[in-house]
Design a binder for this molecule. Sequence first.
Ligand code: ZN
Length: 130
Amino acid sequence: MIEIKTNRRVELIDITERVREIVERSDVEDGIVVIYTRHTTTAVIINENERGLMEDVIVTLERLIPTQAGYIHDRIDDNADSHLRSILLGNSVVIPITNGKLDLGTWQRIIFVELDGPRNRRVVVKVVPC
Ligand code: ZN
C-alpha cells in the first residue's frame, strides 16, 4: 500500500521508486506487480515523466473531458469530469518482474493521476510470484 497526499485538483505523481522499493523488498524473482487505485477519481498510467508531457496530459484531459460540461453527475457531486477522466485512463497497471527487478522500458515510469484533489489517496501494490 502506498499513501499519497496530493496538492492540486489534477496532478501527476511519479510513484516508480516507491513501487520499486516494495518489489525489491518482496524477494520475488519472477512475477508481476499490480498497482491498483481504489478511488473513482484517480488513475494509474505508465509513461514518460517529462515535464512538458505531464502538462500536455493535463491540457489534453481538459480538452477531451472539459469540467462543468453539463454532466448529470455534477447535479449531485460536481466532479463528473474527474470520474470520466478516471474511466478513460484506467485504475490499474501490471508490470512484469524479471530477476527481482521491475521490468520497465528505459523511459517508462509509473504515474499516479489525481483527478479530484487535493486529497489523501491509497494505492494498492500487490506483488505476485509466477
Ligand atoms: Zn462524484
